[in-house]
Design a protein around this ligand. Structure first.
Ligand code: NDP
Ligand code: MG
Length: 329
Protein backbone atom coordinates (compact mmCIF):
# COMPACT_ATOMS: atom_id res chain seq x y z
CA UNK A 1 0.00 0.00 0.00
CA UNK A 2 1.07 3.58 -0.57
CA UNK A 3 1.92 5.88 2.31
CA UNK A 4 -0.95 8.22 3.17
CA UNK A 5 -0.44 11.34 5.31
CA UNK A 6 -3.19 12.87 7.44
CA UNK A 7 -3.61 16.17 9.27
CA UNK A 8 -2.18 15.15 12.63
CA UNK A 9 1.17 13.89 11.25
CA UNK A 10 1.90 17.01 9.18
CA UNK A 11 3.07 20.37 10.51
CA UNK A 12 2.73 23.71 8.75
CA UNK A 13 5.52 25.26 10.85
CA UNK A 14 7.93 25.19 7.91
CA UNK A 15 5.69 27.72 6.13
CA UNK A 16 5.86 30.21 8.98
CA UNK A 17 7.62 33.41 7.87
CA UNK A 18 7.70 32.08 4.29
CA UNK A 19 6.05 33.60 1.25
CA UNK A 20 4.36 31.45 -1.36
CA UNK A 21 4.07 33.05 -4.79
CA UNK A 22 1.27 31.38 -6.71
CA UNK A 23 1.87 31.89 -10.43
CA UNK A 24 -1.51 31.83 -12.17
CA UNK A 25 -5.00 32.50 -10.85
CA UNK A 26 -7.09 30.06 -12.85
CA UNK A 27 -8.72 26.74 -12.03
CA UNK A 28 -6.11 25.58 -9.49
CA UNK A 29 -4.35 28.89 -8.77
CA UNK A 30 -7.37 30.64 -7.29
CA UNK A 31 -8.47 27.69 -5.15
CA UNK A 32 -5.02 26.83 -3.83
CA UNK A 33 -4.08 30.48 -3.16
CA UNK A 34 -7.30 31.12 -1.22
CA UNK A 35 -7.04 27.91 0.80
CA UNK A 36 -3.40 28.55 1.74
CA UNK A 37 -4.22 32.14 2.70
CA UNK A 38 -7.11 31.00 4.89
CA UNK A 39 -4.71 28.53 6.53
CA UNK A 40 -2.52 31.46 7.59
CA UNK A 41 0.15 31.24 4.88
CA UNK A 42 1.52 34.46 3.36
CA UNK A 43 0.43 34.09 -0.27
CA UNK A 44 1.17 36.53 -3.08
CA UNK A 45 0.24 36.24 -6.74
CA UNK A 46 2.53 36.41 -9.78
CA UNK A 47 0.52 37.28 -12.89
CA UNK A 48 0.83 38.98 -16.25
CA UNK A 49 -0.39 42.58 -16.15
CA UNK A 50 -2.27 42.20 -19.45
CA UNK A 51 -4.43 39.28 -18.35
CA UNK A 52 -7.83 39.20 -16.69
CA UNK A 53 -6.60 37.28 -13.63
CA UNK A 54 -4.78 40.31 -12.28
CA UNK A 55 -7.97 42.28 -11.56
CA UNK A 56 -9.75 39.22 -10.13
CA UNK A 57 -6.93 38.41 -7.75
CA UNK A 58 -6.70 42.03 -6.62
CA UNK A 59 -10.46 42.15 -6.04
CA UNK A 60 -10.10 39.01 -3.92
CA UNK A 61 -7.67 40.93 -1.73
CA UNK A 62 -4.34 39.45 -2.82
CA UNK A 63 -1.06 41.31 -3.29
CA UNK A 64 -0.46 40.94 -7.02
CA UNK A 65 2.92 41.36 -8.72
CA UNK A 66 4.44 40.64 -12.09
CA UNK A 67 5.76 37.10 -12.23
CA UNK A 68 9.39 38.33 -11.97
CA UNK A 69 8.64 40.45 -8.92
CA UNK A 70 6.68 37.65 -7.24
CA UNK A 71 9.59 35.24 -7.77
CA UNK A 72 11.95 37.77 -6.19
CA UNK A 73 9.70 38.12 -3.13
CA UNK A 74 8.94 34.42 -2.71
CA UNK A 75 10.42 31.46 -0.88
CA UNK A 76 8.18 29.05 -2.78
CA UNK A 77 7.20 29.62 -6.41
CA UNK A 78 4.12 27.52 -7.10
CA UNK A 79 3.51 27.32 -10.85
CA UNK A 80 -0.19 26.99 -11.69
CA UNK A 81 -0.54 28.12 -15.29
CA UNK A 82 -1.41 25.79 -18.21
CA UNK A 83 1.19 23.07 -18.71
CA UNK A 84 1.92 23.95 -22.33
CA UNK A 85 2.77 27.59 -21.53
CA UNK A 86 4.86 26.82 -18.43
CA UNK A 87 8.22 26.24 -20.19
CA UNK A 88 8.23 29.61 -21.95
CA UNK A 89 7.01 31.54 -18.90
CA UNK A 90 9.55 29.70 -16.75
CA UNK A 91 12.46 30.53 -19.09
CA UNK A 92 11.54 34.19 -19.46
CA UNK A 93 10.04 35.22 -16.14
CA UNK A 94 11.04 32.72 -13.46
CA UNK A 95 14.43 31.07 -14.05
CA UNK A 96 16.49 34.29 -14.28
CA UNK A 97 15.27 35.38 -10.82
CA UNK A 98 15.60 32.12 -8.88
CA UNK A 99 17.74 32.14 -5.74
CA UNK A 100 19.50 29.39 -3.87
CA UNK A 101 17.23 27.53 -1.44
CA UNK A 102 13.93 28.55 -3.02
CA UNK A 103 11.38 25.90 -3.95
CA UNK A 104 9.54 25.36 -7.22
CA UNK A 105 6.07 23.85 -6.85
CA UNK A 106 3.85 22.17 -9.41
CA UNK A 107 0.44 20.47 -9.46
CA UNK A 108 1.32 18.20 -12.38
CA UNK A 109 4.66 16.63 -13.23
CA UNK A 110 4.56 16.90 -17.03
CA UNK A 111 7.18 19.62 -17.63
CA UNK A 112 9.63 18.36 -15.05
CA UNK A 113 9.29 14.69 -15.98
CA UNK A 114 9.61 15.35 -19.72
CA UNK A 115 12.42 17.87 -19.13
CA UNK A 116 10.62 20.86 -20.62
CA UNK A 117 11.64 22.69 -17.45
CA UNK A 118 15.09 21.88 -16.09
CA UNK A 119 15.53 23.70 -12.77
CA UNK A 120 18.94 24.65 -11.39
CA UNK A 121 20.33 22.25 -8.78
CA UNK A 122 20.12 24.87 -6.00
CA UNK A 123 16.32 24.80 -5.58
CA UNK A 124 13.83 22.26 -4.23
CA UNK A 125 11.35 20.89 -6.76
CA UNK A 126 8.09 19.60 -5.32
CA UNK A 127 4.59 18.64 -6.37
CA UNK A 128 1.29 19.15 -4.58
CA UNK A 129 -1.45 17.89 -6.86
CA UNK A 130 -5.02 18.02 -5.55
CA UNK A 131 -7.02 15.28 -7.26
CA UNK A 132 -9.95 17.56 -8.09
CA UNK A 133 -10.87 20.60 -10.14
CA UNK A 134 -10.16 23.88 -8.35
CA UNK A 135 -13.81 24.60 -7.61
CA UNK A 136 -14.06 21.44 -5.53
CA UNK A 137 -10.67 22.10 -3.88
CA UNK A 138 -12.13 25.36 -2.59
CA UNK A 139 -15.63 24.08 -1.74
CA UNK A 140 -14.38 21.12 0.29
CA UNK A 141 -11.97 23.38 2.16
CA UNK A 142 -14.79 25.78 3.04
CA UNK A 143 -16.82 22.82 4.29
CA UNK A 144 -13.99 22.16 6.75
CA UNK A 145 -12.67 19.17 4.84
CA UNK A 146 -10.48 18.83 1.74
CA UNK A 147 -9.78 16.77 -1.36
CA UNK A 148 -7.13 14.04 -1.57
CA UNK A 149 -3.81 15.04 -3.14
CA UNK A 150 -0.54 13.61 -4.34
CA UNK A 151 2.79 14.98 -3.17
CA UNK A 152 6.20 14.28 -4.66
CA UNK A 153 9.77 15.48 -4.46
CA UNK A 154 11.87 15.69 -7.61
CA UNK A 155 14.81 17.56 -6.16
CA UNK A 156 15.66 18.05 -2.49
CA UNK A 157 18.32 20.74 -2.23
CA UNK A 158 17.45 22.02 1.24
CA UNK A 159 16.73 18.65 2.81
CA UNK A 160 13.24 19.95 3.67
CA UNK A 161 11.51 19.43 0.33
CA UNK A 162 9.12 16.72 1.48
CA UNK A 163 8.12 18.57 4.66
CA UNK A 164 7.47 21.61 2.53
CA UNK A 165 5.27 19.71 0.06
CA UNK A 166 3.30 18.14 2.91
CA UNK A 167 2.90 21.49 4.67
CA UNK A 168 1.50 23.04 1.47
CA UNK A 169 -0.84 20.08 1.04
CA UNK A 170 -2.05 20.66 4.58
CA UNK A 171 -2.54 24.38 3.94
CA UNK A 172 -4.64 23.53 0.89
CA UNK A 173 -6.78 21.27 3.09
CA UNK A 174 -5.69 18.01 1.50
CA UNK A 175 -4.29 16.24 4.57
CA UNK A 176 -7.81 16.32 6.04
CA UNK A 177 -8.79 13.88 3.29
CA UNK A 178 -5.41 12.17 2.89
CA UNK A 179 -2.25 12.83 0.91
CA UNK A 180 -0.45 10.12 -1.03
CA UNK A 181 3.29 10.26 -1.63
CA UNK A 182 4.35 9.53 -5.19
CA UNK A 183 6.97 10.51 -7.79
CA UNK A 184 6.86 13.00 -10.66
CA UNK A 185 7.21 10.06 -13.06
CA UNK A 186 4.33 8.02 -11.66
CA UNK A 187 1.99 11.00 -11.31
CA UNK A 188 2.68 12.23 -14.84
CA UNK A 189 2.52 8.91 -16.63
CA UNK A 190 -0.50 7.53 -14.76
CA UNK A 191 -2.35 10.82 -15.29
CA UNK A 192 -1.79 10.74 -19.06
CA UNK A 193 -2.48 7.02 -19.36
CA UNK A 194 -5.70 7.34 -17.36
CA UNK A 195 -7.07 10.25 -19.35
CA UNK A 196 -6.21 8.69 -22.71
CA UNK A 197 -7.31 5.10 -22.09
CA UNK A 198 -10.25 5.61 -19.79
CA UNK A 199 -11.42 9.06 -18.76
CA UNK A 200 -11.39 11.28 -21.80
CA UNK A 201 -10.47 8.92 -24.63
CA UNK A 202 -11.99 5.60 -23.65
CA UNK A 203 -15.24 6.88 -22.20
CA UNK A 204 -16.15 9.11 -25.14
CA UNK A 205 -15.51 6.30 -27.62
CA UNK A 206 -17.40 3.70 -25.59
CA UNK A 207 -20.45 5.94 -25.27
CA UNK A 208 -20.24 7.15 -28.87
CA UNK A 209 -19.91 3.69 -30.38
CA UNK A 210 -22.69 2.31 -28.16
CA UNK A 211 -24.93 5.16 -29.30
CA UNK A 212 -24.02 4.58 -32.97
CA UNK A 213 -24.84 0.87 -32.76
CA UNK A 214 -28.27 1.58 -31.29
CA UNK A 215 -29.04 4.22 -33.92
CA UNK A 216 -27.73 2.08 -36.79
CA UNK A 217 -30.07 -0.70 -35.62
CA UNK A 218 -32.97 1.69 -36.03
CA UNK A 219 -33.69 2.79 -32.47
CA UNK A 220 -34.62 6.47 -32.03
CA UNK A 221 -31.56 8.58 -31.19
CA UNK A 222 -33.35 9.95 -28.11
CA UNK A 223 -33.67 6.44 -26.72
CA UNK A 224 -30.12 5.62 -27.72
CA UNK A 225 -28.91 8.72 -25.88
CA UNK A 226 -30.61 7.70 -22.66
CA UNK A 227 -29.29 4.15 -22.82
CA UNK A 228 -25.72 4.84 -23.93
CA UNK A 229 -24.97 8.22 -22.39
CA UNK A 230 -27.39 9.66 -19.88
CA UNK A 231 -27.53 6.56 -17.72
CA UNK A 232 -23.75 6.26 -17.75
CA UNK A 233 -23.75 9.02 -15.14
CA UNK A 234 -26.15 7.15 -12.89
CA UNK A 235 -24.01 4.02 -13.11
CA UNK A 236 -20.81 6.00 -12.54
CA UNK A 237 -22.31 7.75 -9.51
CA UNK A 238 -23.07 4.32 -8.04
CA UNK A 239 -19.55 3.07 -8.76
CA UNK A 240 -18.08 6.28 -7.30
CA UNK A 241 -20.10 5.95 -4.11
CA UNK A 242 -20.25 2.17 -3.65
CA UNK A 243 -17.69 0.50 -5.93
CA UNK A 244 -18.38 -2.10 -8.62
CA UNK A 245 -19.99 -4.52 -6.18
CA UNK A 246 -22.27 -1.85 -4.76
CA UNK A 247 -23.30 -0.75 -8.26
CA UNK A 248 -24.01 -4.36 -9.29
CA UNK A 249 -26.14 -4.85 -6.22
CA UNK A 250 -28.17 -1.78 -7.18
CA UNK A 251 -29.04 -2.76 -10.79
CA UNK A 252 -31.53 -5.42 -11.88
CA UNK A 253 -30.56 -9.09 -12.03
CA UNK A 254 -31.01 -9.00 -15.80
CA UNK A 255 -28.60 -6.07 -16.10
CA UNK A 256 -26.19 -7.84 -13.81
CA UNK A 257 -26.28 -11.11 -15.78
CA UNK A 258 -26.15 -9.45 -19.21
CA UNK A 259 -23.48 -6.99 -18.23
CA UNK A 260 -21.19 -9.50 -16.57
CA UNK A 261 -21.41 -12.07 -19.38
CA UNK A 262 -21.25 -9.70 -22.37
CA UNK A 263 -19.03 -6.88 -21.07
CA UNK A 264 -15.73 -8.79 -21.18
CA UNK A 265 -16.51 -9.96 -24.72
CA UNK A 266 -17.08 -6.39 -25.98
CA UNK A 267 -14.17 -4.78 -24.17
CA UNK A 268 -12.00 -7.81 -24.83
CA UNK A 269 -8.28 -8.56 -24.60
CA UNK A 270 -7.78 -6.91 -27.94
CA UNK A 271 -8.90 -3.62 -26.39
CA UNK A 272 -6.55 -4.22 -23.48
CA UNK A 273 -3.68 -4.76 -25.91
CA UNK A 274 -4.51 -1.44 -27.57
CA UNK A 275 -4.49 0.17 -24.15
CA UNK A 276 -1.05 -1.24 -23.39
CA UNK A 277 0.28 -0.03 -26.72
CA UNK A 278 -0.79 3.54 -26.02
CA UNK A 279 0.31 3.40 -22.38
CA UNK A 280 3.74 2.46 -23.73
CA UNK A 281 3.73 5.60 -25.92
CA UNK A 282 3.25 7.66 -22.77
CA UNK A 283 6.01 5.80 -20.90
CA UNK A 284 8.51 6.15 -23.75
CA UNK A 285 7.87 9.90 -24.00
CA UNK A 286 6.60 9.56 -27.57
CA UNK A 287 3.19 11.03 -26.71
CA UNK A 288 4.74 14.00 -24.90
CA UNK A 289 7.05 14.65 -27.85
CA UNK A 290 4.11 14.65 -30.25
CA UNK A 291 2.03 17.02 -28.07
CA UNK A 292 4.93 19.38 -27.33
CA UNK A 293 5.68 19.63 -31.05
CA UNK A 294 2.16 21.06 -31.47
CA UNK A 295 2.40 23.54 -28.60
CA UNK A 296 2.59 26.57 -30.90
CA UNK A 297 -0.64 25.73 -32.68
CA UNK A 298 -2.37 23.83 -29.88
CA UNK A 299 -5.69 25.68 -30.09
CA UNK A 300 -6.00 25.11 -33.87
CA UNK A 301 -5.09 21.44 -33.48
CA UNK A 302 -7.65 20.96 -30.72
CA UNK A 303 -10.35 22.82 -32.64
CA UNK A 304 -9.82 20.51 -35.59
CA UNK A 305 -10.00 17.42 -33.38
CA UNK A 306 -13.17 18.60 -31.65
CA UNK A 307 -15.08 19.43 -34.83
CA UNK A 308 -16.28 15.88 -35.62
CA UNK A 309 -17.36 15.46 -32.00
CA UNK A 310 -19.28 18.74 -31.98
CA UNK A 311 -21.02 17.74 -35.21
CA UNK A 312 -21.83 14.18 -34.10
CA UNK A 313 -25.52 13.28 -33.85
CA UNK A 314 -25.08 12.41 -30.17
CA UNK A 315 -24.40 16.08 -29.46
CA UNK A 316 -27.59 17.25 -31.17
CA UNK A 317 -29.75 14.72 -29.35
CA UNK A 318 -27.82 15.44 -26.18
CA UNK A 319 -28.75 19.11 -26.27
CA UNK A 320 -32.42 18.18 -26.73
CA UNK A 321 -32.39 15.70 -23.85
CA UNK A 322 -30.51 18.06 -21.56
CA UNK A 323 -33.06 20.79 -22.27
CA UNK A 324 -35.85 18.33 -21.54
CA UNK A 325 -34.16 17.45 -18.28
CA UNK A 326 -33.77 21.12 -17.32
CA UNK A 327 -29.98 20.88 -17.47
CA UNK A 328 -29.65 23.35 -20.36
CA UNK A 329 -31.77 26.28 -21.39
P1 NDP B 1 -5.67 27.42 -15.99
O1 NDP B 1 -5.86 27.25 -17.46
O2 NDP B 1 -6.90 27.58 -15.18
O3 NDP B 1 -4.68 28.67 -15.74
C1 NDP B 1 -5.11 29.94 -16.00
C2 NDP B 1 -4.13 30.91 -15.40
O4 NDP B 1 -2.89 30.87 -16.13
C3 NDP B 1 -4.65 32.32 -15.47
O5 NDP B 1 -4.33 32.99 -14.28
C4 NDP B 1 -3.89 32.89 -16.65
O6 NDP B 1 -3.69 34.26 -16.51
C5 NDP B 1 -2.57 32.19 -16.54
N1 NDP B 1 -1.85 32.15 -17.82
C6 NDP B 1 -2.25 31.54 -18.97
N2 NDP B 1 -1.35 31.71 -19.94
C7 NDP B 1 -0.37 32.49 -19.41
C8 NDP B 1 0.84 33.05 -19.93
N3 NDP B 1 1.23 32.82 -21.19
N4 NDP B 1 1.60 33.79 -19.09
C9 NDP B 1 1.22 34.00 -17.82
N5 NDP B 1 0.09 33.52 -17.27
C10 NDP B 1 -0.69 32.77 -18.05
O7 NDP B 1 -4.76 26.23 -15.45
P2 NDP B 1 -5.16 25.07 -14.42
O8 NDP B 1 -5.41 25.67 -13.09
O9 NDP B 1 -6.16 24.17 -15.04
O10 NDP B 1 -3.78 24.25 -14.38
C11 NDP B 1 -2.67 24.70 -13.64
C12 NDP B 1 -1.82 23.50 -13.26
O11 NDP B 1 -2.59 22.65 -12.40
C13 NDP B 1 -1.41 22.63 -14.44
O12 NDP B 1 -0.14 22.13 -14.20
C14 NDP B 1 -2.44 21.49 -14.41
O13 NDP B 1 -1.97 20.28 -14.99
C15 NDP B 1 -2.61 21.33 -12.91
N6 NDP B 1 -3.86 20.69 -12.48
C16 NDP B 1 -5.05 21.11 -12.96
C17 NDP B 1 -6.24 20.55 -12.53
C18 NDP B 1 -7.56 21.06 -13.00
O14 NDP B 1 -8.57 20.56 -12.52
N7 NDP B 1 -7.63 22.03 -13.91
C19 NDP B 1 -6.24 19.46 -11.55
C20 NDP B 1 -4.93 19.15 -11.01
C21 NDP B 1 -3.80 19.74 -11.51
P3 NDP B 1 -4.43 35.38 -17.43
O15 NDP B 1 -5.72 35.73 -16.76
O16 NDP B 1 -3.45 36.48 -17.41
O17 NDP B 1 -4.62 34.77 -18.78
MG1 MG C 1 -5.34 14.33 -16.10
Amino acid sequence: MVKVYYDDEVSMDILKDKTVAVIGYGNQGEAQAKNMRDSGVHVILGLRPSGSSWKRAEKDGFEVYTIEEAVKRADIVHILIPDLVQPKVYREHIEPYLREGQALGFSHGFNIHYKQIVPPEYVDVIMVAPKSPGKRVREKYLEGFGVPALVAVYQDYTGNAKDLALAMAKAIGCTRAGVIETTFKDETESDLIGEQLVLVGGLIELIKKGFEVLVELGYPPELAYFEACNEAKLIMDLIYERGFTGMLKAVSDTAKYGGLTVGPKVIDDHVKENMKKFAERVRSGEFAKEWISKADKASEVLEELMKPIEEHEIEKVGRFIRKMSGLER
